[in-house]
Write a protein that binds this ligand. Structure first.
Ligand code: GTP
Ligand code: MG
Length: 543
């Protein structure tokens, strides 16, 4: 029977039908009444109650579904019922049994018709509202059994906040699901390919001389990359959910590369760019058959071996690893590019699955706010991860309620880098100013602050060539890690005004740790100490 096109309902229909109880699962005969234009189907104990307008119940029809239902019975109530239908709403189902096939069909058709015309009445809204409230109160009851400690991760963009959340997943959430791994594999390809494109941009813009072999690999990679980026944009436009994180990074890449002439002749953003750049272009759009299209579909088919080969040639050039890489910092290259390039052999394999470290190194700007609960022993740590870039900070205020502690993440290796947002402010100065605001501004929560002086691995590396004097002209000590890191730590702690001791605020304390958020072992030690401090402070407060 085809119920897809029910005839329009004209008359009121009424009949005694059996309804299965919601609490006691027995069958009761009820007088069902369906009026044209009504958003409800009502049922009464009998005609007298109908006359008195005292329905036993109402079935809301807005957004409901109706279909035939096979009732086989179960347990003590094993009676099979014939000619059943079911009306499903978001909150409740009604199982009804007719007395014949014809009656079953008639009611299904009539209810379908009424559903199509039903509107969302205030009653229905109220019903939904009550259901949501009930759910919330049940959730709350569950939550109150386990204390929740809310940690708010704050800090400038790219300081490492989301990496902290990834570490929590590894340590307290059984790691990453298959779905997450697939998402990160694609993100890693994006990070790697955009990193190579940026290196090429640096070479071209600064007229850096590279070997003949590198030059040729650059040409071939560039002509492929142009088409790949265009196709990637389309894929991202058509998708949603987690892929949108990649989209936002892609927009950043676009901004950086608006004037990028990968092979010195064509912009990657120009609509006509694909396929007309270099004479050696063997990957242009005219190759539109399925097999050659796969070469651009990195998400599904992985890195094409020929492209891996070009990248490998480019990366093997000593000038690229030294001069180009150093210059690339000015262009805001993702710090993990070097790591991915060194792992190219593994990442380039068709069977590539990311390991935890690959995922920790991946980079995607956080959009909005992400809240995640982690069960840690007897308590739940609710970690709130926010987007750190300037334009996003006004949203932070929405998450200040019930904050147990603020974890402020500062990337201390950024002392010689400029902000992505304006390409002029020193990143470490920006971080210090933000920290100052958080410690002293009354609009921020009055809770303890845990300061993560992060990216110490990159900090150590950078100190070998650049002193922190570039950021702090008053600094007159040597370039040792101990002295330099201690100076930066004190610069942060001294930002707190009004407390007699630096590091101690009038309302809470500032605890600090030097961290490398991509190192799981060291992060575990740091987090355990943070956990102990937070729990003991919280107990102190309640006891
Ligand atoms: N080498 C190294 N890389 C790190 C460290 N911490 C974070 N990173 C990398 O830095 C990049 C940025 O880290 P994220 O965690 O995305 O930064 P974020 O603070 O969440 O940035 P926004 O979401 O833009 O505010 C990623 O590629 C991380 O892998 C660290 O201690 N050492
Ligand atoms: Mg983030």
């Amino acid at each position: 029977m085809d119920y897809s096109n029910p005839p329009p309902q004209r008359d009121i229909i009424r009949a005694y039908l059996s309804k299965k109880g919601h609490v006691v699962k027995n069958w009761k005969l009820r007088l069902f009444v369906l009026k044209p234009g009504s958003s409800y189907m009502e049922y009464f104990v009998d005609e007298t109650k109908e006359d008195l307008r005292q329905p036993q119940g109402r079935v809301p029809l807005f957004g409901a579904r109706v279909m035939e239902y096979i009732h086989t019975g179960s347990g003590s109530n094993s009676n099979t019922r014939e000619f059943c239908l079911i009306v499903e709403t978001d909150h409740k189902n009604w199982i009804i049994s007719a007395s014949s096939k014809a009656q079953q069909v008639e009611w299904i058709e009539a209810i379908k018709c009424a559903i199509e015309q039903a509107v969302e009445t205030d009653d229905i809204k109220m019903q939904k509202h009550r259901a949501i409230e009930k759910q919330l109160s049940e959730d709350n009851k569950k939550r109150t059994k386990t204390p929740v400690l809310k940690l708010l991760l704050l800090g400038a963009g790219e300081s490492g906040k989301s990496t902290v959340v990834k570490q929590m997943k590894i340590l307290h959430h059984k790691g990453f699901s298959k779905e997450e791994e697939d998402f990160y594999r694609n993100l890693i390809y994006v990070n790697l390919l955009d990193g190579v494109a940026l290196l090429i941009h640096v070479i071209k813009e600064n007229n850096i001389e590279v070997s003949q072999e590198t030059e040729s690999a650059i040409k071939n990679f560039s002509s492929w990359y142009r088409v790949y980026v265009e196709k990637r944009k389309n894929v991202v436009k058509n998708s949603n959910g987690s892929t949108s994180i990649i989209q936002s990074n892609l927009q950043n890449i676009d901004k950086k590369m608006t004037h990028l002439s990968l092979d010195g002749s064509t912009s990657i953003n120009s609509a006509s760019s694909a396929g007309n750049g270099s004479t050696s272009n063997s990957h242009n759009r005219s190759n539109s058959d399925g097999a050659s299209n796969n070469i651009f579909n990195v998400q599904d088919f992985g890195l094409p071996p020929i492209i891996t080969n070009y990248i490998s040639v480019i990366w093997s050039d000593p000038v690229v690893q030294s001069d180009v890489m150093l210059q690339a910092q000015k262009y805001h290259i993702n710090e993990s590019t070097k790591y991915y390039l060194n792992e190219l052999k593994r990442i380039g394999k068709p069977s590539y699955q990311p390991v935890n470290l690959d995922i920790l190194k991946s980079r995607a700007t956080t959009n909005g706010v992400v809240e995640t609960d982690f069960n840690v022993g007897e308590v739940i740590f609710r970690i709130v991860d926010v987007a750190g870039q300037r334009g996003e900070r006004k949203k932070w205020i929405n998450f200040f309620d019930d904050v147990t502690a603020i974890v402020f993440v500062a990337a201390i290796n950024e002392y010689d880098q400029k902000l992505v947002e304006d390409n002029c402010t020193n990143r470490l100065h920006e971080s210090l100013n933000l920290f100052d605001q958080i410690c002293n501004d009354s609009t921020f929560p009055k809770s303890s602050i845990i300061l993560f002086l992060n990216k110490i691995d990159l900090f150590r590396e950078k100190l070998k060539r650049t002193s922190i004097k570039i950021c702090f002209p008053d600094y007159n000590d040597d370039q040792s890690y101990e002295k330099s890191s201690s100076f930066i730590k004190n610069s942060f702690l001294s930002k707190k005004r009004g407390g007699s001791n630096p590091g101690m605020s009038s309302t809470g304390f500032i605890y600090f740790h030097f961290t490398c958020a991509t190192d799981t072992k060291s992060f575990e030690t740091v987090f355990n100490s943070v956990r102990d401090i937070i729990i003991s402070k919280t107990l102190e407060f309640y006891c």
